[in-house]
Every structure is written in structure tokens, then in C-alpha cells.
Design a protein around this ligand. Structure first.
Ligand SMILES: Cc1ncc(COP(=O)(O)O)c(C=O)c1O
Length: 338
């Protein structure tokens, strides 16, 4: 662990190290670089995913503040929300979740299955927020709900979403960077020529990049935009690196040229799959029995396949499987359209 992280409050939630595996059938089908997968869909809590590593630090902060109630906001099918509800259940805390209308759909599966079903099963109290693009407004509303709960005597801790807060979640991906560096170059696992990762709130992309550069590992990290255009997302990741450096009292090791954001597979927008994404989801399932989702990892796989072809044979590319599997059950129609 990076020594600067040692004193940051943390609750262990993730089962790590997660496996790092070769995808021989997918590689043979694509015919380009060797495709490997980091199985962060197997972080062990309530169907897993990247957010488990991030929540270790938010729940660490909540515990340090002696909170008994945790609040979080996210999309209706948010994996972060589901995993916060799971962590709260496991740690014996109450959980209030606010679901934002980010995707315009009346599909009953979207509204009742996947992560929403799990939020209910995990016992979270559900609130809704009518706007999907108003990050600051959604954060402000969840803070109001926290104040209402405090007035009732609860000790509330809010997991923030909008930028401008200490990026605790990104610390989980500094740990993951170290894990990948430790796994590489042994047991048949190569040193990678490129890592491809989803770039949403930026905690995963930002933390991973920061962690690698802090360890003086210069592998390119290709960020796949899942919510915003590449230029806006690049600024977000640059800011995130500065915020991490501030939080840890370190010099920022990330250069502007390190921050790569690619929005080729973003269209038609957040939470909506395009043809390349649907095909990538089917291909991953049919060649490697790898289950990936339409909102995040499907888009990352579409980009990975393109990058594997561009890099060419003999190179090694690492696809970060950040989870999101419950999303499969929320988009049954859209998924089988390809
Ligand atoms: C499955 C999955 N992958 C990737 C991401 C993007 O991670 P981040 O928000 O840290 O950028 C998310 C975000 O919710 C997610 O749920």
C-alpha cells in the first residue's frame, strides 16, 4: 500500500486481489493484441464491482464519524447505490438512496429489476430525484435529506457524487493499481501495453492512473467515456488527480498527457447502448462467458476490441471489468437488439 494511504480510515469490504485472466477465445476471434481481464467484477460483495474498493474508504470515513446512517445518490440502475446499500447492510447501518432520472425509459425492467430490485432487497430506503443531469442539485437534495434525518436524531454520513469533495473513492483504485503491478510479470501474466477502463465519476480512472504513476509505472491508461464528452472528462480526470494529490499531501505524479479520454463508444449517451456495445457484450459472453453490462463495461469492451486491433498481435491489453452485471437484467430489450 502507498504509505500515504496507511492512515486513511478504511473498512475492509473487497475480496482482493481479484483475478487477472487471459481471454484466449476473444483474442483469437479479434486477431489483434492479447486481451486480458482484471476481474474487479469479483470483488466479493453483493455481485461485486469497482465500487466495492471505493466504498471501503467512504465507509471508513462514516465509521470514523460514528455514523449510523449512510446516504448516496445515483442513477436508477446505479451499481454504486446498490453496493452502498450492500455495505450498509453488512455493517449494520441504515441506508437512504436517491435515484436520479438519468435515462428516459418506461421499460418496467429498468424500473423494477437489476440494481433497483437489489436496493429494495438490501433494505435501503429509496428516494427519487427528477433530474438526471444535475449532479450538484442531486447532491444538495441528498444533503437536505441527511439534515432531515439528523433532526430526527440519526447520525448521517453522505457519500458525495459531484466533484469538489475529497476523492476518497479514488483511493481504492490506487490500491488496485498496486495490485496490477504486483500481478504483472509473473505467473504468465505480462507487462501490459495498455489498460482500458471506464471513466464515469472518474474515481476509478483517476485513482488507477494516479496509483500507476505514483509507482512510476508508465503504461498508457485509456479512459472510456460513459457519461460525458472526452474533453470535459479529461478536465475532470486532471482535476481528480490534483484532488487526490491534495488529499494525500503528495506531488501529483500525473501529467496532462497521461490523461486519455475516448468517447467513441459513448453515443447515444449515458445508459444507452450502441451497436458496437451490444456486439461486444454478446461476443464477450459467447467467447469467454464474460458477463458485461450495457452502461459501463460493454462500452469499455467495445473500445478494448478496437484498441486490440489497433495495437496488433504480440501486444497485451488489459480490460478492466468493473462489474455492473445486475444492469444486464435492467436492459433486456436493448441488449438483444443487435
Ligand atoms: C460497473 C461500473 N463500471 C464503471 C463505473 C465508472 O466508475 P467511476 O464512477 O469510478 O468512473 C461505474 C460507475 O458507477 C460502474 O458502476
Amino acid at each position: 500500500m502507498l504509505p500515504q494511504l496507511a492512515n486513511v480510515p478504511r473498512v475492509e469490504l473487497a475480496r482482493t486481489p481479484t483475478p487477472l485472466e487471459f481471454c484466449p477465445n476473444l483474442t483469437a476471434t479479434i486477431g489483434g493484441a492479447n486481451i486480458w481481464v482484471k476481474r474487479d467484477d469479483e470483488t466479493g460483495l453483493a455481485l461485486g464491482g469497482n465500487k466495492v474498493r471505493q466504498l471501503e474508504y467512504y465507509f471508513g470515513a462514516a465509521r470514523a464519524e460514528n455514523a449510523n446512517t449512510v446516504l448516496i445518490t445515483g442513477a436508477v440502475q446505479s451499481n454504486f447505490v446498490r453496493l452502498a446499500a450492500a455495505a450498509a447492510a453488512k455493517l449494520g447501518l441504515a441506508c437512504h438512496v436517491q435515484l436520479e432520472e438519468r435515462v428516459a425509459t418506461d421499460d418496467p425492467a429498468y424500473r423494477t429489476s437489476g440494481n433497483v430490485l437489489l436496493d429494495r432487497l438490501l433494505g435501503a430506503t429509496i428516494h427519487s430525484y427528477p433530474d438526471g443531469e444535475d449532479e450538484a442539485g442531486a447532491d444538495a437534495r441528498i444533503r437536505e435529506i441527511a439534515d432531515e434525518l439528523r433532526a430526527q436524531g440519526r447520525r448521517a454520513y453522505v457519500i458525495p457524487l459531484a466533484p469538489g469533495h475529497p476523492p476518497l473513492g479514488a483511493l481504492g483504485y490506487i490500491n488496485c493499481a498496486e495490485e496490477i503491478v504486483t500481478q504483472s510479470g509473473r505467473n504468465g501474466i505480462p507487462q501490459f501495453d495498455e489498460i482500458v477502463v471506464a471513466s464515469g465519476s472518474g474515481s476509478t480512472h483517476g485513482g488507477l492512473l494516479f496509483g500507476l504513476r505514483a509507482l512510476e509505472v508508465d503504461v498508457p491508461v485509456h479512459g472510456v467515456c460513459v457519461r460525458r464528452a472526452a474533453d470535459i472528462q479529461k478536465t475532470r480526470i486532471e482535476n481528480r488527480s490534483n484532488e487526490i494529490a491534495d488529499l494525500l499531501g503528495m506531488t501529483n505524479p500525473v501529467q496532462t498527457t497521461d490523461v486519455v479520454t475516448d468517447d467513441t463508444d459513448l453515443a447515444p449517451g449515458y445508459g444507452k447502448a450502441n451497436d458496437a456495445t451490444r456486439k461486444a457484450i454478446q461476443l464477450a459472453a459467447r467467447t469467454e462467458a464474460l458477463l458485461i453490462d450495457p452502461v459501463y463495461t460493454g462500452k469499455v469492451m467495445a473500445t478494448t476490441i478496437r484498441r486490440a486491433t489497433e495495437l496488433g498481435k504480440g501486444k497485451n491489453i488489459l480490460f478492466m471489468h468493473t462489474g455492473g452485471t445486475p444492469g444486464l437484467f435492467a436492459y433486456p430489450t436493448a441488449l438483444m437488439e443487435a
